[in-house]
Design a binder for this molecule. Structure first.
Ligand code: FAD
Length: 544
């Protein structure tokens, strides 16, 4: 045994089987081998060196050991499989044999700067195989030095990550494509996580959010849809409820017109990416919300509805005018007939000899009553309309829409203050529209009276204890004298200074309709700036 070997043996105090083994080693055993065994001893490990060799040889990672100039000393089986070279072809060759020359020089400079300063380097290189085919190599190069000598070695480990890289690029490209399609889609799209937070949205969604003054459209849509569908977002998550083509009305802000959206939502399932969920199929859900702006279609539909309502109102108005005129004529005829009747009775009592005159008066009276009867018979019947739930806010809105041209022409400003969520009244929408129109016509007429009136009126709807709906119409015209408070409801009464083309039947007819529904119309003559008319109608429309 060489003095070297005995020194090392003494130094590491090898005993037992390992001691016997070393006692038998020839003199020429390189010192690196002895150092390797010293490391094994240091770690209290007595695994045979062959085992380490086999582990490296069978590793699925391509492993190489080079000298300090990157000349290959050893390659494992995986290295040969990956590169296509056999061990003999690589011995003594530089690692640059693998370089495809598509890797920038700076990358190699970084690699070398790192390993020469004693640090490992990790990065991606473009490699080529023996057959010239290229692959992306994820490479780790680490300097390895032996204790007893000055010699330095480099350990190289690499694996083919081409497929992984392709997959990453494919996912990236698909993501870009989908994002671009989604971003340019004309409908607002948002993806919500399980907490209801928007995690992804498109350009249209962002624009809508700006239009809504920064309010989250998804939140407003879900609030609106939740009440119809399933209560709250949390229970919807739990039950996986989705919905399709739900129409939602959003109010951008004060003074701006409402917008309509057709909204659909579906739950999407994605795999849980956490390592602990690999064997269990944990699935996370997100809600994909799509909102399509249908304001234009809605407006067209609404216009068509208004046109139909207008046509119906015209028909009803013609009927009501006829009823109004004939009722007025009957009312007017009743007065002289009563006088004739009184005169005839007086004549009979006071002038018994005047039989001829009495008979003539009686004949005239009979002819008058006959005429009244004929007039009554010719009063047209009502335009048939179904009775059902009616929202007075809708009634006011329809009438204002129908009167829009007149209001514009008269330069009248309407301050409309509907109470939100008004309960329904049981009645006929057409009749209730007629009621409102009589009162609005009066309000406009009042503003046309001579004087410096503010050309404005206010309409308020109110819910009175969930029992009655109240409608207040306040104009800024000349007002009504207190003594006319009841007279104003008499047929043909008109207080206007100028001729209006109306017969003075508006309040009468409005009162008649209100009474029909168990309600009433009152005129507040004390109202400060003009006239205030209050309509009150019970929710059951007087049906109980
Ligand atoms: P080169 O002229 O050889 O080198 C390019 C630049 O690298 C030079 O400008 C210089 O800055 C630097 N450089 C090169 N050699 C040295 C050196 N001895 N000392 C200091 N700086 C130096 N390359 C691959 O392409 N694929 C691999 O899989 C790969 N595995 C490697 C494994 C190990 C263990 C080591 C040590 C190196 C490995 N290399 C690998 C790097 C390889 O040795 C070459 O540096 C590289 O391939 C570039 O070769 P080249 O002929 O194109 O240019």
């Amino acid at each position: 045994m060489s003095s070297d070997l005995s020194d090392v043996q003494d130094k590491y105090n090898w005993v037992g089987a390992l001691g016997d083994f070393f006692a038998s080693l020839p003199d020429e055993v390189p010192s690196e081998i002895l150092d390797a065994f010293s490391v094994i001893q240091d770690h209290g490990n007595i695994l045979p060196p062959r085992l380490f060799y086999e582990v490296v040889e069978q590793s699925s990672i391509a492993i190489s050991i080079t000298d300090n100039q990157a000349n290959i000393l050893y390659v494992n089986q995986a290295f040969q499989n990956l590169t296509g070279y056999c061990s003999d072809e690589l011995q003594g060759k530089n690692e640059s044999i693998l370089s495809y020359k598509a890797t920038p020089k700076t990358v190699y400079q970084e690699l070398w700067a790192s390993i020469l300063s004693g640090n490992a380097w990790n990065g991606i290189l473009v490699n080529k195989r023996k057959d010239g085919s290229r692959y992306l190599a994820e490479v780790t190069v680490a300097p390895v030095s032996c204790n007893r000598t000055e010699s330095h070695y480099f350990l190289g480990m690499h694996r083919d990550v081409t497929a992984l890289h392709n997959l990453k690029n494919k996912v990236h490209n698909q993501k870009e494509l989908i994002e671009s399609v989604v971003d340019h889609a004309p409908m607002a799209i948002a993806l919500l996580d399980m907490d209801g937070t928007v995690v992804l949205d498109n350009r249209t969604y962002k624009t809508l959010m700006a239009d809504l003054g920064g309010r989250e459209p998804a939140e407003l849509i879900l609030q609106s849809v939740n009440s119809i569908l399933y209560g709250d977002f949390e229970s919807a998550c739990a039950r996986g409820h989705d919905f399709e083509h739900q129409e939602v009305r959003l109010l951008p802000g004060p003074g701006q017109e409402a917008r309509w959206f057709s909204c659909s939502a579906s739950w999407i399932q994605e795999f849980d990416l956490r390592a602990e969920s690999y064997f269990e199929l944990h699935i996370q859900s997100g809600l994909l919300l799509v909102a399509n702006d249908i304001t234009r279609q809605k407006r067209e539909q609404e216009q068509a509805r208004i046109n139909a309502v207008q046509a119906l109102m015209m028909e009803q108005s013609a009927t009501l005018n006829m009823q109004e005129t004939l009722s007025g004529a009957i009312f007017k005829m009743q007065e002289p007939l009563n006088m004739i009747e009184a005169a005839a009775e007086m004549l009979k009592r006071q002038e018994p000899g005047q039989d001829h005159l009495y008979r003539t008066l009686k004949q005239a009276l009979e002819a008058g009553h006959q005429a009244v009867k004929t007039l009554r018979a010719s009063i047209p019947g009502e335009v048939s309309e179904a009775t059902g739930p009616v929202n007075m806010n809708d009634v006011v809105r329809d009438v204002l829409n129908i009167m829009a041209a007149r209001l514009l022409a008269e330069g009248v400003v309407v301050d409309c203050r509907p109470t939100e969520s008004l309960p329904f009244v049981t009645g006929q929408a057409g009749k209730l529209r007629a009621l409102v129109k009589y009162l609005l016509d009066n309000a406009i007429d009042a503003l046309r009276e001579p004087g410096n009136w503010q050309r404005e009126f206010m309409i308020i709807t109110r819910n009175n204890n969930n029992e009655r709906i109240e409608l207040w119409i306040q104009d800024m015209g000349p007002g009504l004298a207190p003594e006319l408070r009841f007279k104003a409801f008499e047929p043909f009464f008109s207080n206007w200074n100028a001729r209006r083309g109306h017969s003075g039947m508006g309040l009468t007819m409005a009162q008649q309709i209100a009474v029909e529904y168990g309600g009433e119309v009152e005129v507040d003559t004390e109202y400060n700036n003009g006239c205030r008319v209050r309509v009150s109608i019970p929710l059951d429309g007087g049906q109980q």
